[in-house]
Write a protein that binds this ligand. Structure first.
Ligand SMILES: [Mg+2]
Length: 361
């Protein structure tokens, strides 16, 4: 049983992920939407999809896709604007369910969290039973479904919660970890994005068991510090604790153009990015005071402009104005062509704390 050391086999971690959260909330609020393709998106021309119901997903609609594309894929789709205050309220109700079992909770967003139930308040020895109970209580209180993954660490629990979605539960016992992860595509490993996936592919590494054949020294020489983590993850080892004080310092998103663009042409690209960053902030229950506009010129020089507002930005409209200001009032060279635009946020506070909010940073 002691597959990978004590710490590895002694933890009991649950990852809970609400199913199609925003879209399911909308269906709960308006029962005539149940069973129909619901697409949550801001009502603007260049909007991006915040969330899609399972019915909408069957048309190929995914989060972060342009709403115009979603409309083409599913003309009968029902578009509704997000109601983050409501999602936040329900997220808090769900958190109270977790708290009956443990205070070791690491929220990842409004609809996802890690729970360490190794020692739990009700002294229930089975993490599977706790996960089942949590799912049932969430359903009773919110009328929404959640999926749960149970494993000996965060990495395994997170992959497991996705396994039997929606309304599923998947338990990976320590002795089954290697069998569970070996056939998975490397892309399932958190931190492996399209670029690392492509780079591994050129080295003929497609699945986790192939990654596990590479030495630590080799992986470090390819990917630096991340290589060391990859070496561990490929063996199902993740010693990162459930971090109740995880504080994000910044968030960002960016777009690289197929063809370089002038400043005037960039405006249409900036709007969906502004929404994306706003949705990310909302989903992580954060408000930000500082926003950054990043541009990369055609010859790969980076230019950044930042603006800090005295109060945190409280609406998407306010943020759009701020970003327009960054784009037009910060003396960016108009005659250049750019290959990339990005928007970042930092200087966060957490709005749910209420009243006079303490600064996290
Ligand atoms: Mg979810």
């Amino acid at each position: 049983m002691q597959l990978c050391g004590d710490e590895y086999s002694l933890k009991k971690i649950i990852h809970i992920d609400m199913d199609a959260f925003y879209a399911s909330v909308e269906q709960r609020e308006k029962p005539d939407l149940i069973g129909r393709p619901v697409i949550v998106a801001w009502p603007s021309k260049r909007s991006v999809v915040c969330a899609a119901s399972y019915e909408a997903r069957s048309f190929g609609i995914r989060s972060a896709m342009p709403a115009s594309r979603a409309k083409k894929l599913c003309p009968e789709g029902i578009f509704v604007p997000p109601q983050f205050h409501l999602y936040r309220q329900i997220s808090n109700e769900v958190k109270l369910v977790y708290r009956r079992y443990t205070d070791l909770i690491e929220p990842l967003s409004l609809d996802e969290a890690y729970l360490d139930v190794t020692k739990n308040k009700l002294e229930i020895p089975s993490a599977t039973e706790i996960a089942q109970r949590i799912k049932t209580e969430i359903k009773q209180i919110t009328d929404l479904n959640a999926s749960a993954g149970v494993g000996p660490n965060k990495f395994i629990a997170k992959i497991a919660s996705d396994w039997n979605k929606p309304n599923g539960i998947c338990v990976v016992k320590p002795k089954d970890v290697l069998r569970f992860i070996s056939p998975l595509p490397v892309r399932k490993i958190p931190g492996i994005g399209p670029a690392t996936e492509a780079s591994l592919k050129t080295r003929h590494i497609h699945i986790v068991s192939e990654l596990a054949c590479i030495s630590e020294a080799q992986l470090v020489s390819w990917y630096g510090k991340f290589g060391k983590r990859l070496f561990n993850l490929a063996r199902g080892i993740d010693l990162s604790p459930v971090n109740i004080n995880r504080v994000r310092k910044s968030l960002s998103c960016e777009t690289t153009f197929e063809q370089d663009k002038t400043l005037a042409q960039i405006e249409s690209e900036v709007l969906p990015l502004t929404e994306k960053i706003w949705n990310q902030l909302s989903s992580k229950n954060l408000e930000a005071n500082t926003f950054h506009l990043k541009l990369k010129t055609h010859d790969f020089r980076n230019t950044t402009r930042s603006k800090t507002s005295p109060k945190p930005v409280r609406s998407l409209e306010e943020l759009k104005v701020l970003v327009q200001h960054l784009l037009y009032k910060s003396r960016l060279p108009k005659n250049l062509r750019y290959r990339l635009v990005g928007i970042g946020a930092s200087n966060f506070i957490q709005p749910s704390i209420g009243g006079d909010q303490p600064r996290l940073l």
